[in-house]
Design a protein around this ligand. Structure first.
Ligand SMILES: CC(C)(COP(=O)(O)OP(=O)(O)OC[C@H]1O[C@@H](n2cnc3c(N)ncnc32)[C@H](O)[C@@H]1OP(=O)(O)O)[C@@H](O)C(=O)NCCC(=O)NCCS
Length: 343
């Protein structure tokens, strides 16, 4: 027989507050066209993107996260000292160690919160949310901050037609806390590592140390390029359209919800055509508000869902207490979908 006492957590968890930070600089498609042969019309019609935000030197991963988190904490009506866990999902923090979450936890004024980073690409917010829920129900934290943050402009090859127009920077955060009722449904998640090559970094960091110029990407003037995110656009598009609608449906089923019960749909803001296709396949009724933040924020990977959530609530397109389906998908190819009550 085990001698260990069971841990005591809350019966359920819920999102209590949300906050977002978008960098000051707004970048229209015209700027992207300086480096690639394309057009504003092509970018809008193929992706829905009109503008995105690019961070300046001061808008670091930590700085953007702290801004978004401060808003989420205020929105939740708690104090930073009550936060027992900080989870940061990002692929664009360039210091391998320590986790940026520890710096954020400290600067926010948490009381030595457990803090760590996760790497799950555009599925990162759902992965973080699921971990946070587990921590609260298990009793290892009462309140957990989940942050999705990216500076993808640092990892974008502006000469690559397939990706130059897609990515943006920003941070979104939510506070997850205890609840007497289930306000975060079961997560349907997974990964398809056999397709991992369809979204990846052009060259791994160790190749730069080795310095073999034959293996490093060069720009049009022959200078060594920083690594960037590259993708097989059509393969990713097909996977997202066919496979992710099924995952979204599974998340609805797992929560015991039918599309008619939904108020809001917040898919990862990858591409508006993917969003349209999912809405159609899932047969979402007219009354469901669909997040289309990609138009002015671009694809901000792990930050995209909380940023879109924050904007829908701020503009009044969605309201507190609404039932929302969220689904993230991307590099890995990893995915996570769940139904939540909006804060
Ligand atoms: C990137 C994406 C918008 C490209 O659209 P697409 O329709 O698949 O484009 P294709 O690569 O098939 O190219 C179609 C045509 O457009 C051209 N094209 C490609 N990129 C272009 C650009 N930036 N501007 C203008 N034309 C472009 C191609 O040369 C091709 O021309 P052709 O028909 O004369 O050969 C699309 O594949 C996509 O959205 N994929 C998913 C991306 C995504 O969401 N990734 C993140 C997941 S987390």
């Amino acid at each position: 027989m085990s001698k260990i006492k069971p841990s005591k957590g809350a019966p359920y968890a819920r999102i209590l507050g949300v906050g977002g930070y978008r960098p000051i600089r707004v970048v229209p498609n015209e700027v992207i066209l300086e480096k690639i042969d394309s057009s504003d019309e092509w970018i809008r019609s193929r992706s829905g993107i009109e503008t995105r935000h690019w961070a300046n030197d001061e808008e670091t991963v930590a700085a953007m996260s702290i801004e978004a988190s401060g808003k989420a904490i205020a929105d939740a009506g708690i104090s930073a000292e009550q936060i027992g866990g900080v989870i940061v999902s990002t692929v664009s923090h360039f210091s391998q160690t320590p986790a940026v979450a520890t710096e954020i936890a400290d600067k926010l004024g948490t009381a030595k919160a457990a803090a760590f980073d996760i790497s799950a690409g555009c599925a990162g917010f759902g992965y973080g949310l699921t971990l946070a829920k587990g921590m609260i129900v298990e009793g290892s934290a009462q309140y957990v901050l989940v942050i999705g943050v990216e500076r993808l402009s640092d990892l974008t090859d502006l000469e690559d037609r397939a990706t130059a127009f897609l990515f943006g920077d920003g941070a979104g955060a939510v506070v997850v806390g205890p609840s007497e009722e289930p306000h975060i449904g079961p997560t349907v998640w997974g990964s398809e590592g056999d397709k991992a090559g369809t979204i990846k970094q052009t060259v791994p960091w160790n190749e730069y140390r080795i310095g073999d110029l034959d293996k490093l990407p060069l720009d049009s003037e022959g200078n060594v390029k920083f690594p960037a995110i590259t993708q097989e656009g059509q393969a990713v598009f097909r996977w997202a359209v066919f496979e992710m609608a099924k995952v979204a449906q599974q998340a609805l089923d797992a929560a015991g919800i039918i599309p008619d019960d939904l108020d809001v749909f917040i898919p990862h803001q990858a591409n508006e055509r993917i969003i349209d296709s999912m809405v159609k396949t899932l047969k979402l009724p007219e009354h469901v508000t669909v997040a289309r933040d990609v138009r002015t924020t671009g694809n901000t990977s792990a930050a995209s869902i909380p940023l879109a959530m924050e904007r829908l609530l701020a503009t009044g397109e969605a309201k507190s207490g609404d039932t929302a389906l969220v689904i993230g998908f991307g590099a890995g190819l990893a995915y996570a979908a769940t139904v939540v009550t909006l804060p």
